[in-house]
Design a protein around this ligand. Structure first.
Ligand code: RTP
Ligand code: MG
Length: 141
């Protein structure tokens, strides 16, 4: 498997629950390394731009409102097969469908307040990493 980078966001609900460390621990135990990180309260324009692919979806406004409701923790995760590995750690979008032991099963409250974001493909990962981090702020570990 190839060494990959993926973008992860710990969403406002999980930051408010004070489980950033617990979620980082799951990344680390799965062999993912934090290659960049920053806490940020997204502006509406930043959240809309990040989720632009969903602009026409009925849940877009709710998604943006939620993502700007408090600070988020944004990180680049690096490791073998990082994109899929992170998605597996996250669990299904709706926590009701998320497998036991996944981040969303353990920390998410609803399909909106679902604790984490993770890039869904290697191609999108590169776009999303560049959206938040200049190349000089991402470290090879
Ligand atoms: P994410 O992008 O945040 O990692 O989540 P995801 O890939 O699992 O889900 P995606 O389809 O990309 O949707 C982005 C976020 O929009 C909210 N959503 N609501 N009400 C709905 O039917 C619905 N569908 C999606 C979720 O908060 C999801 O994480
Ligand atoms: Mg998605």
């Amino acid at each position: 498997m190839a060494l990959e980078r993926t973008l992860s966001i710990i969403k406002p609900d999980a930051v408010a629950k004070n489980v950033v460390g617990e979620i980082y621990s799951r990344f680390e135990k799965a062999g993912l390394k934090v290659a960049a990180a920053r806490m940020k309260h997204l502006s509406r324009a930043e959240a809309e731009g990040f989720y632009a692919v969903h602009r026409e979806r009925p849940f877009f406004n709710a998604l943006v409102e939620f993502m700007i409701s408090g600070p988020v923790m944004i990180q680049v995760l690096q490791g073998e097969g990082a994109v899929l590995k992170n998605r597996e750690l996250m669990g299904a979008t709706n926590p009701k469908d998320a497998a036991a032991g996944t981040i969303r099963a353990d920390f998410a409250d609803s399909i909106d307040a679902n604790a984490v974001h993770g890039s869904d493909s290697l191609e999108n990962a590169a776009i999303e990493v560049a959206y938040f981090f200049p190349a000089t702020d991402v470290y090879t570990r």
